[in-house]
Design a protein around this ligand. Structure first.
Ligand code: HSE
Length: 414
């Protein structure tokens, strides 16, 4: 019998306990060992819970118990999850987590500590919830040079965008619905401002290219400024707006990495990833495009990935798994302003014809877009591809001529 502890009895933690309990026999067969939940760490009381006797409020009970070989950290947040994870690894316990914030911030350090101690630090559930992506990326696709990864990595924002696109709901109304249905938190900033997607693309980039990318190195935009006008123009252009996390490596081996809303062509495999689903496209030099699709959040999908990692850990007690990347550096990520993009731009202006003439003159060949029932004084167009800094410079010049952009969205070539 192998003893484990679960730290955090929230949505994911209770899901992990539920899966381990309900599928105990099947899991024991797969792990070739019975798994016993010896402790559950949570500061709250759970009277009447069938495992009530296993609950503890003291982390020391876990870290000082040599019988506990694997610790599941599903507390979320940086502190004290970071300190607890470190102490568990130092005490010779492997750690399994769904905590994307911690992996994105401290992954290199914790992986190095695990390696030093010949332990495992596994985090399949940190990206894509129940979708297998960490293992496929590090094992099954290992023979490839990863040319690019682009993903819809956040279910909450994808639900909101789907409502805006399909039902013409405003951002505010769609967010309220997402909150009502329990998808979005009461404070939805981490989702709608793009931070959650940023953490996830950092983890994928670190894994794919072998060096840590920190969230503060990634230019991140959320979806709070998107309007139904932009949604309609995306439609008339031939696509949809999606919040995309994207990374590729340039010829100088620097990373081009960004999180932002993008116009995605309707024929893209990511265009039909709707509602709370996630979709992740990995472009390998040998495989071409491989797409991972499924439920990126939720109690049981996420618990399924955590428990699979626990089983893997049990089977590899005393043997290191493959996950590793080295520490990052400040010059590893390219300035996003140097990336070549084309941009959707919407302006409000009295004299549309004059504005179109000036925009064409300043920006070069632009493609004008139209939408049904557009009010007078609205102009929208797509620029040609050029370094993003040039687009901004030209839009500044246009502003001098009285034409000011009220909305700008990058065109995604995924
Ligand atoms: N808030 C996240 C989402 C949860 O909506 O995708 C899963 O990481």
């Amino acid at each position: 019998m192998l003893n484990i502890a679960v730290m955090g009895y929230g949505v994911v933690g209770s899901g992990v306990v539920e899966v381990l309990t309900n599928h105990a026999e099947k899991i024991a067969k797969k792990a070739k060992e019975e798994i016993n939940i010896k402790y559950i760490l949570d500061l709250r009381e759970f009277p009447g819970n069938p495992l009530e006797a296993r609950f503890t409020k003291s982390f020391d009970d876990i870290v000082n118990d040599d019988e506990v070989k694997i610790v599941v950290e599903v507390m979320g947040g940086l502190h004290p999850a970071y300190e607890y994870t470190k102490r568990c690894l130092e005490a010779g316990k492997s750690v399994v987590t769904s905590n994307k914030e911690l992996v994105a911030m401290k992954g290199a350090e914790l992986l190095a500590l695990a390696q030093q101690k010949n332990l495992n630090y596994l985090f399949e559930a940190s990206v894509g919830g129940g979708i297998p992506i960490i293992r496929p990326l590090s094992q099954c696709l290992a023979a490839n040079d990863v040319i690019e990864i682009a993903g819809i990595l956040n279910g909450t924002t994808n639900f909101i965008l789907t409502k805006m696109i399909r039902e013409q709901m405003s951002f505010e109304a769609a967010l309220a619905l997402a909150q009502q249905l329990g998808y979005a938190e009461r404070n939805p900033a981490a989702d709608v401002e793009g931070h959650d997607s940023c953490r996830k693309i950092c983890i994928l980039a670190s894994l794919a290219y072998g060096k840590h990318v920190y969230p503060d190195q990634v230019h991140t935009e959320g979806i709070t400024k998107l309007t139904l006008e932009d949604v309609e123009y995306a439609e008339s252009w031939g696509g949809v707006i999606k919040l995309i996390g994207r990374v590729k490596r340039d010829e100088k081996k620097k990373l081009q990495i960004i999180v932002c809303p993008m116009f995605i062509p309707r024929e893209s495999q990511l265009a039909n990833v709707d509602d709370v689903f996630n979709g992740i496209l990995v472009r390998g030099d040998s495989t071409g495009d491989v797409v991972f699709y499924g439920k990126g959040a939720g109690k049981l999908p996420t618990a399924s990935a955590v428990v699979a990692d626990v089983i893997d850990c049990v089977k590899h007690i005393g043997a290191r798994k493959y996950l590793f990347w080295s520490d990052g550096s400040s010059d590893y990520v390219e300035d996003y302003m140097l990336d070549t993009v084309s941009m959707y731009v919407r302006v409000r202006i009295d004299n549309v014809d004059l504005a179109y003439h000036n925009a064409s003159r300043v920006l070069g060949g632009i493609t004008r877009l139209s939408r049904k029932d557009a009010p007078a004084g609205e102009l929208a167009f797509i620029t040609e591809s050029m370094p993003e800094k040039d687009i901004h410079k030209k839009l500044d010049a246009l502003k001098e001529l009285g034409v000011e952009a009220v909305s700008m969205i990058r065109i995604g070539d995924v």
